[in-house]
Design a protein around this ligand. Structure first.
Ligand code: ATP
Ligand code: MG
Length: 198
């Protein structure tokens, strides 16, 4: 079986926290590939994504350019509607047999796993790789055993970067350099993403 880690997210924009989480999960769990899958509409987020789908996908491509183990997939953007992970994994299993899938998720998402759509079914067909991020630590005592049994927590340096902060900094005309790869930075600046209308 080829081991594939799925890095899902809004990627509005993708930043170094996402990339380091993916790389450390790959290393710690011996994953063959990481597939970055931008969501069309994340189920548990209150606001719609800010940048449009093409820009979010383009930034992912730019961020993972030339990384041999990293791929980007537009399956959720193409499907449209609310992006449920269970639908994505079932579709991927059909399209790409012979692969074992795991979801790489930060601590905020690990803690809300019980709220994910059809989580019991999802936990039967994928495993979860959790990474810590600042602000919220993984608390397995709050998770049901069918999730804990499928969860591996891997270490990574805490990266205090979020897409929310990047959007806010852009709107405030503060620097976002070195929070995102250079090619993502130049794309954001060139297209005036996240800027406030004057
Ligand atoms: P937003 O602020 O818009 O919610 P975000 O930075 O949280 O953006 P998402 O696209 O929501 O990014 O996150 C996608 C996945 O990456 C989630 O599983 C999230 O927990 C994880 N993640 C995001 N930032 C980090 C980080 N700094 N360290 C570790 N994991 C992260
Ligand atoms: Mg988030």
């Amino acid at each position: 079986m080829i081991k594939v880690g799925i890095m899902g997210g809004t990627f509005d924009p993708i930043h170094y926290g996402h990339l380091l989480a993916a790389e450390r999960a790959r290393e710690s769990c011996g994953l063959d590939e990481i597939w970055f899958i931008p969501s069309f509409q994340p189920p548990l987020k209150e606001n719609d994504p800010n940048a449009d789908v093409n820009a979010r996908l383009e930034m992912v491509y730019r961020a993972i350019d030339f990384q041999p183990h990293f791929r980007a997939m537009d399956i959720e953007l193409e499907r449209g509607g609310t992006s449920y992970s269970i639908d994505t994994v079932q579709a991927l299993q059909e399209l790409y047999p012979g692969r074992a899938f795991s979801y790489i998720i930060g601590s905020d998402r690990v803690n809300d796993l019980p709220q994910w759509h059809r989580i019991q079914e999802l936990a039967e067909i994928v495993s979860f790789i959790g990474v810590e991020r600042p602000g919220e630590s993984i608390d397995v005592s709050l998770l049901p055993s069918y999730i804990v049994d499928r969860l591996t927590v891997v270490g990574m340096p805490l990266v205090d970067i979020s897409s929310t902060e990047i959007r806010q900094r852009q709107a405030d005309k503060r620097s976002i350099r070195f929070m995102v790869p250079e090619k993502v930075y130049s794309f954001i600046r060139r297209n005036s993403l996240y800027e406030k209308p004057e």
